[in-house]
Design a protein around this ligand. Sequence first.
Ligand SMILES: *[C@@H]1O[C@H](CO)[C@@H](O)[C@H](O)[C@H]1NC(C)=O
Ligand SMILES: *[C@@H]1O[C@H](CO)[C@@H](O)[C@H](O)[C@H]1NC(C)=O
Ligand SMILES: *[C@@H]1O[C@H](CO)[C@@H](O)[C@H](O)[C@H]1NC(C)=O
Ligand SMILES: *[C@@H]1O[C@H](CO)[C@@H](O)[C@H](O)[C@H]1NC(C)=O
Length: 385
Amino acid sequence: MSTFDCHWTIGAFLLCTFTGALLVDAQQCMPAMQDLTLMMSWKNIQWSEEQTENHTTNAYGEAYNESAIIPTRMQIWRTQVFLTFPRYRPGIPFSLGYVLLNSTNRFDTEIYPFPSWLEHSSKDSYASIVNAVDIYLDHNNLMLWVLDTGEINSLVKPSRIAPPRIFGIHITDRKVIKVIDLSDMVCAGKSRLQFVVADASGAGSDTNLFVSDAGTRSLIVYKGPMTSDSHGFRVQLPPLLCLKSTGCQQDVLHLMISGGGGGGDCSRPRARLYFSYLSGEYLFSALDKDLSEGKTLASVSQVGVKPSRLVFAGVDGDLGTNLFFRRDQDSNTIYSWNVSTAFQSDNLVIRDCPPSCRQATSVTAGYKDLIWALESNIWVRQGHY
Ligand SMILES: *[C@@H]1O[C@H](CO)[C@@H](O)[C@H](O)[C@H]1NC(C)=O
Ligand SMILES: *[C@@H]1O[C@H](CO)[C@@H](O)[C@H](O)[C@H]1NC(C)=O
Ligand SMILES: *[C@@H]1O[C@H](CO)[C@@H](O)[C@H](O)[C@H]1NC(C)=O
Ligand SMILES: *[C@@H]1O[C@H](CO)[C@@H](O)[C@H](O)[C@H]1NC(C)=O
C-alpha cells in the first residue's frame, strides 16, 4: 500500500475516450492526470479565521475524528471545489467546505469551511448548516443549493438539531441568502432526503429545486426559490419505481438533472430529471416542466433497464448532457452516458478507473474543461457512501 492510500483525491480526466460494454477490462482506462490531482488528508484544515478562535471541537461539542470524515459530493466553480462531509458519525468539523484546485499544496491540500466557520459553529441552530448531504451549483443564479437534513450522527445515534432545510448560498458574495424550511414537505420518521438539483434554465424567477426522498418514493418540488412567493409540494412517484417483486428496496433515490442551466434558449433541450433507486431495475425521467406543474404519474417515463446496479455520481455541469456513474459498490470504473442516446450498454462510455482502493463518489465538469472525480477510500473502509 502506498502512502496515498490513506488520502482522498480530486482528479481530472479528459472527455474523449472510448465506448465499451460495461464489463470491459479496466486495464484499458487512462489514468487520471497526476499533475492536476489534489490529495487531502484532513490534517490541513483551516482551523481558525483571522486568528480569532481556534475551533477545537465542533458545534455539538464533539472532538474531531479524522476517520469519521467522508467527502461525498462535489461541485466546481472556477478554481473552487465545494464538498460535503455528511455527519454520519460524530467528529465532523463542518459538513460543507471547499478546496482550491490551483492550490500549490497538492499533497495535503488545505480544506476550508464554506461559506465560513460562522455558519457551522453558530449556537443558533436554525441559521447554521447542520448536516449538508448534497449540493448543486446553479450557475445562472450563482447559487450553491445545499440540502441539509438537520440531523447529525445518522449512522450511530441520530439526533435532530434543526428541521430539514435547503440553504441557498451566493457563491461570490459568500452569503446565505435563502433558507427553505422543508418541515411541511417531509413525513416524520419516514422521509430520507438525499439529493438536490436545480433547474435554472429559465430566468431567475423560474428557477425550481428538486429533492429526492428515498423513504417515501417521492420528490419535493420547490418553485421560485429566488422569489418572495416561493412554495413547495411533494410529488409521489409511481410504484413502478421500486417494485418489491424485482428486489427493489427504498435505499438510495439517485436524482440528476440534464439541461438544468439551459439559459432559457429555446434551441436547447428542456431540463429533464433522471431518477432511479440504487436497487431499482429501471432508470426513469420526467421533464421539470411537468413535475413543477404537479403532473406526476403521466409525466414519468422509463428510460431503460439498468445493465446492473449503478451508482450515479453526477452530470457534466448544469448544461449537462452526460450522466456519470459506477457500475456498483465494488466497481471503481467511471462511465458516462450521453442523454441524447439510447440508454443501453454500447452507449455507456468508460471515462476513468481510479486505483482499486478508491471509488468515485462524485463526478462533475469544470476547471480547465476537464471532468473531475472525487475519489475516496475512506467510505470503502467504513462500508458506507
Ligand atoms: C487548533 O486546533 C487544532 C485541532 O485541535 C490543532 O491541531 C491546532 O494545532 C490548533 N492551532 C492553534 C494555532 O492553536
Ligand atoms: C473515529 O471514527 C472511526 C470511524 O468511524 C471509529 O471507528 C472510531 O472509533 C472513532 N474514534 C473515536 C475516538 O471516536
Ligand atoms: C487560485 O485561484 C484564486 C481565484 O480563483 C486566486 O484568488 C488564488 O490566488 C489562486 N491561488 C494560487 C496559488 O494561484
Ligand atoms: C450527445 O449525443 C448527441 C446525439 O448523438 C450529439 O449530437 C452530441 O454531440 C453528444 N454530446 C456529447 C457531449 O457527447
